[in-house]
Design a protein around this ligand. Sequence first.
Ligand code: PGA
Length: 274
Amino acid sequence: MPRVRPVIVVANWKMNTTPREAGDLAGRIAAATNEPDVVRVICPPFVGLHAVRDALAGTDVQLGVQNVHWEQAGAYTGEISAAMVAGLAGWAIVGHSERRRDQHETDERIGQKMRRCHETGIRPIFCVGEKLDERESGRAEQVVRSQVEAAFEALGPVEWPAHDDDATGGWLVVAYEPVWAIGTGRTARGSDAAEMAELIRETAGNAMPREQAAALPVLYGGSVTSATIGEFLAEPALDGALVGGASLKVDEMAGIVARAAVGARARKSAGPVS
Ligand code: PGA
């Protein structure tokens, strides 16, 4: 059955906030973004998870992590697995470009991380996106397509939960984040990001049930603020945002989620996609 895709806003706090600051900020963001039509997820640093969970108790804002390991346990000093955070966090960012760059994460490892998330009932927010030289040389589509294909190959066959069961959009979420737009103040054009979202669904449809690929939420990420979010949410192909820098500011999050709520209500009244 065709369905209305949800609108999702994910806060990625990166390596910011002490546990005390994280709890305080999460509580203030939850109070300022009380929009049940928008799925809201906060991803603090691991050490802030308990404080943020406590601060979000009684709200419908959900908790995520910024990474998980590709194995569930073992001799991996300093690492944290999906099994360790299951029950605490419902979501995990995987394959963020900063980790691809700094920790040399490969598409294969990222697919394995998605599998670990699947085993533990965590929903991955799977990040893809091209670098500036790749866009300038006309290879952006090819790069993103191959990131999706390679990660799905490493993920291997999984049972895709029936999307009708889940008002927040099935198991997987993809974030299209052009690397040159992250933390730079420069955003992609809404129309370019929308084209990429369609390409991601089409590519995913070769590795998962087509009907569920059509319902796959695709977020835009890269310098999203309350001033720029509108351009992305005006695109029916885009289903929200992964927000970095601006997600540390209560007013910015309030503005972003308020705009997202307008989009979510418009979608519900317009009816199912495709
Ligand atoms: P930014 O980060 O909003 O600060 O550009 C986005 C991200 O890295 O997910």
